[in-house]
Ligand binder design. Structure first.
Ligand code: NAP
Ligand code: ZN
Ligand code: ZN
Length: 346
């Protein structure tokens, strides 16, 4: 079928309307009518080929919520009419150690990204959520709890799971002090989720205007990263720091806020390499880890956790013709705290 979509034809083109093909249903596929699609900062990196592996035309979007409108003959998990989500992946090899452990994001053969990825046939380019419809194999479709607002739940599919997974991996819980560096889409979900796990959360932000919001989101403290005195007061203070900054920044300053053996978790994906003075690691036996989204099983677990704790994203709903403006605002750190596109406007 043909679907209306928004995408870019090259790294220097704006996001504009286009028409794409969606495959006819294989026996285990579902056809989803998209209702809302979140805008992740990765969409900007990818649309502009900042990471160097984009394929064009590119139709971004990997925070998708909609309803199943048709199910293939062998679909078991979903029924027509059910509310579902699609996140950052639509396939993986399903056979390697990581896939067997439910860590498809670390598939040895590389997972198939929801957009600008190559299907396992090696030639079909995937297209994402900036579109009216998507066809996805049921193993990569999530159940989105009906008690959550559909638009505000969409960002859980990337911003939610990307912060949930590392916080769970390190066993964040009551008694821990967590710092969240960068208060954007990922950052504000890290605050809400960290708070729901019982940790004391502090936001480290470059934007003084976000102080009141940080508290409303569940943070106990707010520190302006450009305020040297305030940063001095949190030296050696945190058990964990989750770094969500989308561009080059000072890692040494982030490390200094960690306790002995504290862990810096990098999720922000700056395309410019970050400098690291090794003494900030050596002197306090500190640790550093990266983390990529989360597996399908864990994504469902995150959605169920959010359902139970009534956690969604703070969003601004926009029409499709405002995507380019939304990108510009995100680049200035001016998003509160996730743009979500109303799919009726594609
Ligand atoms: P976002 O909503 O644009 O938020 C990023 C925040 O970083 C900004 O609001 C800002 O917060 C801070 N920041 C500081 N300096 C910045 C600068 N020079 N340019 C941009 N932001 C700056 O982005 P997001 O959607 O949360 O994504 C954040 C990063 O995570 C992106 O690089 C994205 O590609 C990456 N990502 C990674 C994964 C993964 O699996 N690891 C998944 C999704 C996204 P303050 O105003 O508070 O300083
Ligand atoms: Zn994303
Ligand atoms: Zn695999």
């Amino acid at each position: 079928m043909k679907a209306r979509a928004y995408g870019a034809q090259s790294p220097t083109d704006l996001i504009a309307p286009l028409t794409i093909d969606r495959r006819s249903l294989n026996p285990r596929d579902v056809l989803i009518q998209i209702e809302y699609s979140g805008i992740c900062h990765s969409d900007i990196h990818m649309a502009r080929n900042e990471w160097g592996f984009s394929m064009y035309p590119i139709v971004p979007g990997h925070e998708i919520v909609g309803r199943v409108i048709e199910a293939g003959a062998q679909v078991k998990k979903f029924k027509v009419g059910e509310r579902v989500g699609v996140g950052c992946m639509v396939d993986s090899c399903r056979d390697c150690g990581s896939c067997k452990e439910g860590l498809e994001q670390y598939c040895d053969k590389g997972f198939v990204g929801t957009y600008s990825g190559l299907e396992r046939d090696g030639k079909t380019i995937t297209h994402g959520g900036y579109s009216t419809h998507i066809v996805t194999q049921e193993d990569f479709v999530l159940k989105v709890p009906e008690n959550l607002d559909a638009a505000a739940a969409a960002p859980l599919l990337c911003a939610g799971i990307t912060t949930y997974s590392p916080l769970r991996f390190v066993g964040l819980s009551k008694g821990h002090k967590l710092a969240v560096l960068g208060l954007g889409g990922l950052g504000h979900m890290a605050v809400k989720l960290g708070h729901s796990f019982g940790a004391e959360v502090t936001v480290l932000s470059g934007s003084a205007s976000k102080k009141e919001d940080a508290k409303k989101l569940g943070a106990s403290h707010f520190v302006l990263t450009s305020d040297a005195d305030a940063m001095n007061q949190v030296k050696g203070h945190f058990d964990f720091l989750i770094d969500t900054v989308a561009a080059k920044h000072d890692l040494g300053q982030a490390f200094d806020t960690l306790k002995r053996e504290g862990t810096l978790m990098i999720v922000g994906a700056s395309h410019v390499p970050l400098d690291l003075g090794v003494f900030s690691l050596i002197m306090r036996r500190r640790k550093m880890m990266g983390s990529l989204i989360g597996g399908i099983k864990e994504t469902q677990e995150m959605l169920d956790h959010c359902s139970k704790h009534k956690i969604t994203s703070d969003i601004e709903i926009i029409s499709a013709d405002k995507i380019n403006q939304a990108y510009e605002r995100m680049l200035k750190g001016q998003v509160k705290y996730r743009f979500v596109i109303d799919a009726k406007t594609f």
